[in-house]
Design a protein around this ligand. Sequence first.
Ligand code: MN
Length: 300
Amino acid sequence: MRLVSFGEYGSRVGVVCRDGTISDITGLIPAGSDRRHGVMRQVIESYGEISSRLVDLESGGGGQRLGSVTLSPPVTDPSKIVAAPVNYLDHMEEMHQLSHIDSLGVFLKAPSSLIGHGGIVHLPYNNRRFDQEGELCFVVGRVARNVKVEEADDYIFGYSVLLDITMRGGEDRSTRKSFDTFTPMGPWIVTADEVGSVDDLELRCWVNGELRQDARVSDLIWGVPELLAYASSVMTLYPGDVISTGTPKGVGPIGEGDEIVAEVSRVGRLSVTVTSSGAMFSVTRGGTAGPTQPSDEEPG
Ligand code: MN
């Protein structure tokens, strides 16, 4: 099942029906839900209660056309976005790094950096390099604390596509990756039952139609269960939390007017555009520090 957030500030949740329309399920959220949470979080929290009705709606349809609504990020208010720093060996090599997730652990991106499918990435500075990083992400379905690797699947609600937009340089990752609009996600969440095993999923990312990234999810250093288990040993994970699995080789610079498309087979195709309108001189001076970025001439 595919679930979308739409409406003002993502205040509606819908099932994408087989006929390509959206069935608005916001009204099905049980009365006892925690109304402090965004509606998708409430749907995830009460999914066991309402899922059978959603399956019926999926084969019905007849609502608004998917293409006629502006999509929000599937989860508008995750308590956190956990991300993997270097989780493909070929990306470690292109960044001239000597260590990967096994020694780095995970990092956080600000939830306020989320935007939805069709959104606009705003580059804040005119004297810094910014790159696209296409990634598979997953959404946590249940409160998770110290989960074992072999039990991790029980805690995954579903999958989505995420762009971890990144400023290169020596600043902390949480700064370089948390500017507003730096976490496009979507277009939807596909529930885990529909995706099945992630081992044969393929991840691709294009900028202006040029294929930059092309990888198999099975090449992850830490797979999805290992990531969830490790993250849950550090911090309690809550329904709706987003965990992004990391990017393969092929990151490269982005700029004004670029169109970025990231696609994961059986999950979805996410596209955004980029603007540098209003960009200013960087406040910090990390541009010549940090990991050595892949050269502009060899983005592949
Ligand atoms: Mn990344």
